[in-house]
Write a new protein. Structure first.
Length: 319
């Protein structure tokens, strides 16, 4: 009887050891299924040559969720005079859009701007397509194959229109998300750009065949810089993050205007200085930003965009 008992005990011990080894392994991201990722040097090399600014208005398609929203693309179109369409969802991942399993599909797209993503991209009507991933981004990467979905959409865009400019709109995490660096909302935005948006999302996706270079609209970085300026008293009427968000994550009118300014700076490769501070929402209602605060926020957006090569904008010279 001793031998079977010893064998059983040994088997149990082996299972415990194996389980411990598995649990101690580093997280394997779904993007690894793409095969490889760009090295940091390869990634940087993709952005050595900036994009030439468009000669005039370019039609834009937005695929995203509530941090894209209805108002921000409408304000952007008002700035530039371009046509636009979108497909949105409630916290929708790029993978949910790929699978056609988008929560809030009917509610979020009850607007004349809606055009189904498959039809829109296959048409080749859009020289510019802006994609964004759900947040928390860690969850999108771990559970929703964010790198694979980004690679899929970029390749689909280029199949129909090889010259299309594909952008990833970098956003921000919830004020209530304390999973990393509790209480340091601003610090995490800076950390997440190289670690998650670039390292775990863009670099795997851009290594896949047919994807090409995906440029970045650094919305999170601009939001963080503007919040810091507000806290420093540089923006009349604005004191901090609470003046840019309507809740723990969604932008209010000021935040929507700021993100439209950022999109304009990147997509058109031009300084946003002088863009109007009195603009229309998607429903025709008006947003009016203090003109002194508006000018400073435009300067901030341009400073961030022209200091970040993946934006594709000509970088400012450093004295």
């Amino acid at each position: 009887m001793k031998k079977p008992i010893l064998l059983l005990a040994g088997a149990i011990l082996a299972c415990v050891v194996l389980l411990g080894a598995v649990l101690s392994l580093p997280l394997v991201l779904p993007g690894a299924a793409l095969g490889r990722e760009l090295s940091q040097e390869e990634f940087a090399a993709r952005y050595e040559v900036p994009l030439p600014p468009p000669a005039g208005p370019v039609a834009v398609y937005h695929l995203g969720h509530s941090l894209t929203g209805r108002d921000m693309p409408a304000i952007l179109a008002g700035f530039a005079g371009h046509d636009w369409n979108s497909q949105l969802g409630w916290g929708a991942s790029l993978n949910a859009h790929r699978k056609g399993e988008v929560a809030g599909m009917a509610e979020e797209n009850a607007t004349p701007a809606f055009r189904p993503v498959g039809e829109a991209l296959a048409s080749g009507d859009y020289p510019v397509v802006v994609l964004t991933e759900m947040v928390a981004l860690e969850d999108a990467i771990r559970w929703h194959d964010a790198p694979g979905a980004l690679a899929f959409w970029a390749a689909e865009i280029r199949k129909a229109r090889p010259d299309a400019r594909v952008y990833l709109y970098e956003t921000w995490h919830s004020l209530n998300d304390t999973s990393n660096d509790p209480g340091d909302w601003l610090g995490r935005i800076g950390q997440d750009l190289p670690a998650l948006w670039e390292g775990a999302l863009l670099r795997p996706a851009m290594a896949a065949e047919g994807v090409g270079t995906i440029h970045v609209i650094p919305g999170g970085q601009v939001m963080a810089a503007a919040v810091r300026a507000a806290e420093a008293g540089e923006l009349p009427g604005l004191r901090g993050v609470e003046d840019f968000l309507s809740d723990d994550i969604h932008f209010n009118d000021t935040g929507a205007w700021l993100m439209a300014v950022t999109h304009y700076a990147v997509i058109y490769g031009r300084s946003p200085l002088g863009l109007p501070a009195d603009v229309a929402r998607a429903d025709g209602g008006r947003i009016n930003i203090d003109p002194v605060a508006a000018r400073r926020m435009q300067e901030i957006a341009w400073d961030v965009v022209t200091a970040y090569p993946p934006s594709g904008v000509v970088q400012r010279s450093v004295p």
